[in-house]
Structure formats: structure tokens, C-alpha cells
Design a protein around this ligand. Structure first.
Ligand SMILES: Nc1nc2c(c(=O)[nH]1)N=C([C@H](O)[C@H](O)COP(=O)(O)OP(=O)(O)OP(=O)(O)O)CN2
Ligand SMILES: [Zn+2]
Length: 118
């Protein structure tokens, strides 16, 4: 199996709900998010690609247009945890990119949430 990945960066703010009153993440705060999208295929195309990285530009355009410099609570219909964001991005792009099998969302250099199919 061949696997490729590409990172998409965006800056956004959020406040998490359904947390204890004294949890710091209830307060509005921001992250420099990194969403890494993973694509796999058992075969390569005639060029030797799983997918041309250039063909992933629609993901960058979406991230830039809809997520970058937004307050995520205002634009997403769910509690904007990293886990929920990973599943959200997977659901948006898997119909277009059948090779997509995993999305990682990192809020800080030390954390990662992953959604992946079997
Ligand atoms: N499982 C999850 N836990 C937390 C999430 C999340 O999306 N999924 N999100 C947050 C906060 O939004 C934020 O990411 C804080 O994370 P944390 O690692 O606590 O950040 P700090 O920089 O404060 O951590 P240090 O350990 O002080 O470096 C919280 N949890
Ligand atoms: Zn946060």
C-alpha cells in the first residue's frame, strides 16, 4: 500500500463546551491548527503518484475560505474539539477523494486527534 499526506494550516479560535466550569478550554482561545490528510492506494497512476499533491488544492481553498481566521463555534454545528474537526474534514473530502483514509488534527505541537477508517 502506498500512502501520501499533506498538511493544511489554519488559525482559528474556539471555546469548548461540556467541560467542567474551571476547565481552561471553556474560555475563548486560539490555535494554529494543522490538519494532515492521508491518502492510500494499492497502485500508482502512470506518473507514479497516489494523487498529485497539486490536485489537493481544493482542500487548501476550503480551509482558507471557511476555517482560517474564524471563530469555529460560529461556523460549525458541533463542539469544535480536535476529534470532531478530524471527522468533519474526513466527511467533507472523502466523497471527492476515495483514497482519503485518515485525518489528523493538531491544535498544539504536542497534541493530535486522529479519525481514520479501517
Ligand atoms: N481529547 C481532547 N482534549 C482536549 C482538546 C481536544 O480537542 N481533544 N482540546 C483542548 C483545548 O482546546 C486545547 O487544545 C488545550 O490543549 P492542551 O494540551 O491542554 O494545551 P496546553 O498548551 O495548555 O497544554 P500544556 O500541557 O500546558 O502544554 C483540551 N483538551
Ligand atoms: Zn483549544
Amino acid at each position: 500500500m502506498y500512502i501520501i499526506s499533506k498538511e493544511f494550516h489554519f488559525s482559528a479560535s474556539h471555546a469548548l463546551s461540556r467541560l467542567p466550569d474551571d476547565h481552561q478550554c471553556r474560555r475563548v482561545h486560539g490555535h494554529n491548527y494543522v490538519a494532515t490528510m492521508f491518502f492510500r492506494s494499492a497502485t500508482l497512476n502512470e506518473t507514479g503518484f497516489v494523487i498529485d499533491y497539486l490536485d489537493l488544492d481544493s482542500i487548501k481553498q476550503y480551509v482558507d475560505a471557511y476555517l482560517d481566521h474564524q471563530h469555529l463555534n460560529d461556523i460549525l454545528p458541533f463542539n469544535p474539539t480536535a476529534e470532531n474537526l478530524a471527522k468533519y474534514l474526513f466527511d467533507i473530502f472523502q466523497p471527492k477523494f476515495k483514497e482519503l483514509f485518515k485525518v489528523e488534527v493538531s491544535e498544539t505541537p504536542k497534541t493530535k486527534a486522529i479519525y481514520e477508517i479501517d
